[in-house]
Design a protein around this ligand. Structure first.
Ligand SMILES: Cc1cc2nc3c(=O)[nH]c(=O)nc-3n(C[C@H](O)[C@H](O)[C@H](O)COP(=O)(O)OP(=O)(O)OC[C@H]3O[C@@H](n4cnc5c(N)ncnc54)[C@H](O)[C@@H]3O)c2cc1C
Length: 148
């Protein structure tokens, strides 16, 4: 009989130095310009923030693509050209030989079903809000399904 070892490694956001922010306030609930509460010209991005997302509402999404997206959004906000943050949440991971990827916000899903090989999460209105695929080439279809 084979043994199975499951290990999980994650990160915990820490208070950035020099800011008047308490540990209990993390992740930080920032405004649409990703400003740190109480600071007009300090922006926070990545794993540190609760993102005010245009479609899915406030969400914590500690993955690479959203770290890039929030960084870009903060830069746009500083430049005065940012609208609402509407980047489609996206992560991927490799487990052994398999690659999994998901788009959307699974917390918004109330039911899941397999549809043509894609695991689709739908909200209470039946709208697709998340899609999980096990072949990266299917990501485009998943994005299209969610209207992106
Ligand atoms: C083990 C592991 C596996 C992961 N795998 C995936 C994956 O497969 N797919 C995916 O989408 N996401 C994955 N993630 C999540 C992804 O790594 C994070 O979401 C992303 O790195 C967050 O970016 P960030 O810029 O917010 O923070 P970080 O990437 O953590 O960057 C923060 C930076 O700040 C620096 N720093 C900290 N304190 C100070 C200080 N006082 N002064 C100056 N610099 C400081 C740190 O050294 C670091 O370079 C994984 C995370 C972990 C831990």
């Amino acid at each position: 009989m084979a043994d199975l070892v499951l290990a999980a490694t994650g990160g915990r956001p820490r208070v950035p130095p020099g800011l008047d922010v308490r540990e209990e306030e993390l992740p930080l609930a920032v405004d649409g310009a990703l400003r740190v509460p109480g600071y007009e010209r300090v922006h926070a991005v990545g794993d540190l923030v609760v993102v005010p997302h245009a479609r899915f509402g406030p969400l914590v999404f500690p993955h690479w693509d959203m770290a890039i997206g929030t960084g870009e959004h903060a830069a746009d906000a500083i430049a005065g050209v940012a609208g609402e943050l509407d980047r489609l949440p996206y992560w991927w991971t490799e487990i052994g030989p398999r690659t999994f990827a998901e788009v959307g916000w699974p917390d918004a899903a109330v039911e899941w079903a397999e549809e043509d090989g894609t695991h689709v999460g739908r909200d209470a209105a039946g709208e697709p809000v998340a899609a999980l695929v096990d072949e990266p080439r299917r990501l485009r279809e998943a994005r299209t399904l969610l209207g992106y």
